[in-house]
Ligand binder design. Sequence first.
Ligand code: ATP
Ligand code: MG
Length: 181
Amino acid sequence: MQQSGKLKIPTHRIFFALWPDDAIRQQIHRQIYPVFDHPQGRKVPKQNWHITLAFLGNVSDEVYSCVQSQADMVTGKSFELELDIIGHWSRPKVVWLGCSQKPAALDALFGNLNQQIADCGYSPEYKIFQPHMTLMRKVTRKPKPLKFQPVKWQCIEFVLVESKVDDKGSIYKIINTWKLS
Ligand code: ATP
Ligand code: MG
């Protein structure tokens, strides 16, 4: 039916992610806070830290429902992630926390999730998955090396997050959670 005025297509900006609990966020912060002394850049607020599994961007209501039904069919196993390296990518200008050993179950989860949501029209931008937690943005100069105690994170679930921007920055809201076995 034709509506008067501007036609509004409802959209959601969404991504799937691994989402640390508060205790893990705290542990990470205790270990890596000197990174934030970097003279450049913008800190990602602690409550926003996550590892993206699939970024869908702005999607319609239909895709929003579709990816959630497809995620119901993901069969993933829980795993331990040891966050032990801090890196810097010069092109996206981010400082990140990641792992030198990628658990096979994490790769399997990434592969399975991407395969399931392909049915909703999604294809990943990057085929190789480099799990990372962005800590800082707009950093052009590598941070000083930091010795820290690796943080062991037991990943038991993955989530779908809706991302909105207000005048203070990105606001993330968890829409749905799927347990790993
Ligand atoms: P801002 O863009 O304002 O800095 P943000 O990056 O925190 O905010 P989004 O742009 O909604 O928020 O991104 C949400 C998550 O998806 C972030 O982890 C971001 O790095 C990741 N992401 C964003 N764009 C892409 C993309 N094109 N490919 C892969 N991951 C992406
Ligand atoms: Mg972004």
